[in-house]
Design a protein around this ligand. Structure first.
Ligand code: 8OZ
Length: 363
């Protein structure tokens, strides 16, 4: 253990409308522990306890939260479209606020990364009828994600409206704002990247056209709750969930300029392959940092040392930690002390019960 030193990681920062007590962000983490039988409702006692335990973070970003039933791709993930879900989330946001932290809802539509056996019988939707070539996990085991139905313009408008409702519901549930899930091969990312979007209308082709859906979602959220409470997560070079693009710099470079013009609160960048190696080639993250006037939240494989370096060099305003927060509810204190970090057990990442969820000890 190194001696505790005060670093910029533990200093306050303002991101949009939010005053954060430190620059340590809990990344969105799918944990599959909502009440599925009740209608994908969060707010069980263990859900409240899980988030409360981690409220020393300056900012918590919730697990991916579907904006509608068809937007669900994994078992027991929560939604934010029903009254019961809003009430459930309220228990969690109250606990987090009582502990002095802030919390955003990560609002999510999985698009083609789903199956009717998981999402209540809906045909998965996407920009183009291209299967992702991956399996989803249903109650009956692995199922291949089918060829999705391509959205028509009315269908696109309906999904944008679902995101708008989700942002309104997020505020009603006590969230401080939203993070639009634009990363990791889900619906927004499917529109952005040409491996999944081969449309010939105004939502496909040029970078401008492929950014249109993402920006319509952003604009709908801004109209609903204000730009200073809206952020987006992007993973320009990640290949998870069967996603790919022939020229990420072109499409994501354009998107960053458009997001800057809208003055949203932050962009949360997954640097490299999500949950994997930090190979940044294909997109100039430092240039995006310079081009975007809102906050830059950095993510993917950060250690105490690299996080401190990112803040001190102004490469980022805050750093999001995912897996480390699973096994270290007191991650903020451990990072302050330079204490060793516990290792999370992947077997309980999506295991439905309290084991591997609320039972990781503090120092
Ligand atoms: C891991 C397992 C299930 C979902 C993502 C929402 O990749 C996820 C996710 C990650 O963004």
């Amino acid at each position: 253990m190194t001696a505790p030193i005060s670093t910029l990681l533990h200093t306050p920062v303002r991101i949009g409308a939010l005053d954060l007590k430190n620059r340590i962000v809990m990344a969105p983490l799918t944990r599959c522990r909502s009440d599925e039988a009740a209608g994908d409702v969060p707010g069980k006692a263990m859900n409240v306890e899980y988030y409360r335990q981690r409220s020393t973070a300056g900012l918590i970003i919730s697990e991916g939260t579907q904006v509608c039933p068809a937007g669900k791709g994994y078992m027991a993930t929560p939604g934010i479209y029903s009254d019961a879900q809003v009430e459930g989330w309220r228990k969690i946001t109250d606990a987090v606020h009582a502990a002095g932290s802030k919390i955003l809802a990560q609002i999510w539509h999985v698009g083609r990364i789903s199956h009717p056996d998981i999402n209540g019988g809906h045909e998965p939707i996407a920009p183009s009828p291209i299967a992702p070539g991956i399996a989803a996990y249903s109650a009956n085991g692995r199922v291949d994600c089918p060829v999705p139905r391509a959205l028509d313009e009315a269908g696109i408008a309906a999904v944008v409206e679902e995101f708008r409702r989700a942002a309104i519901n997020a505020r009603a549930a006590g969230f401080d704002g939203v993070e639009i899930h634009g990363a990791n091969g889900y619906l927004v990312d499917q529109f952005l990247r040409d491996g999944a979007n081969q449309r010939t209308d105004r939502y496909g082709g040029s970078a401008e056209n492929r950014c249109r859906f993402a920006l319509e979602v952003v604009d709908a959220c801004i109209a609903a709750i204000g730009a200073d409470r809206v952020g987006i997560r992007l993973s320009p070079v990640s290949g998870v969930n069967g996603i790919a693009d022939s020229a990420p710099q072109v499409v994501f470079g354009h998107l960053v300029e458009e997001l800057d013009a809208r003055e949203i609160a932050f962009i949360h960048f997954v640097e490299g392959n999500t949950g994997g190696e930090r190979n940044l080639s294909g997109f100039d993250f430092a240039a995006a940092r310079r081009r975007f006037r809102g906050a830059y939240i950095a993510n993917n494989g950060y250690t105490r040392e690299s996080a401190i370096a990112a803040i001190e060099s102004h490469a980022a305003d805050a750093v999001a930690f995912g897996r480390s927060f699973i096994a270290n509810p007191d991650l903020v204190e451990r990072l302050r002390l330079g204490a060793p970090l516990a290792t999370p057990d992947p077997k309980t990442f999506y295991a439905f019960g309290p084991e591997g969820y609320t039972d990781y000890p503090t120092l």
